[in-house]
Design a protein around this ligand. Structure first.
Ligand code: FES
Length: 96
C-alpha cells in the first residue's frame, strides 16, 4: 500500500509536513513500515478540504471489498492522524 500525503501549496500551509512526521511514527508504532510506502504527493485536487491523504496500491481482495482502488482522507492533521489511520487505513491492510 502507498500512503501519499499531499504537499501541494495549500496542504503544505495546513501542516502536511507535520502529518508526514506523525505518519512515520504511526507506521513504526503499528509495525507496518514494511507494508506501507509513505510518500509525499503533488496536489491531489482537494485543496479546500484540509490536508489530503490518499491510500492506494491496495491488494485485490481489499479493492473488491471496498469497491474502489484508492481512498482519500481529508482534513488530516497531526492530532487526528493516528485516529484516522487506525479507523480508515489500517483495516485496509487486512492484518489479523
Ligand atoms: S494542495 Fe493538497 S489537495 Fe491541493
Amino acid at each position: 500500500m502507498n500512503i501519499k500525503v499531499c504537499v501541494g501549496s495549500s496542504c503544505h500551509l495546513k501542516g502536511s509536513y507535520d502529518v508526514i512526521e506523525v505518519f512515520k511514527e504511526i507506521l513504526k508504532k503499528y509495525d507496518v513500515e514494511d507494508l506501507v510506502d509513505l510518500q509525499a504527493s503533488f496536489c491531489l485536487g482537494f485543496c479546500s478540504q484540509g490536508v489530503t491523504v490518499k491510500a492506494d496500491d491496495l491488494d485485490e481482495p481489499t479493492v473488491k471489498q471496498i469497491g474502489k482502488d484508492e481512498l482519500f482522507i481529508h482534513n488530516v492533521n497531526k492530532d487526528n492522524a493516528e485516529e484516522l489511520f487506525a479507523k480508515e487505513i489500517y483495516p485496509l491492510l487486512n492484518l489479523k
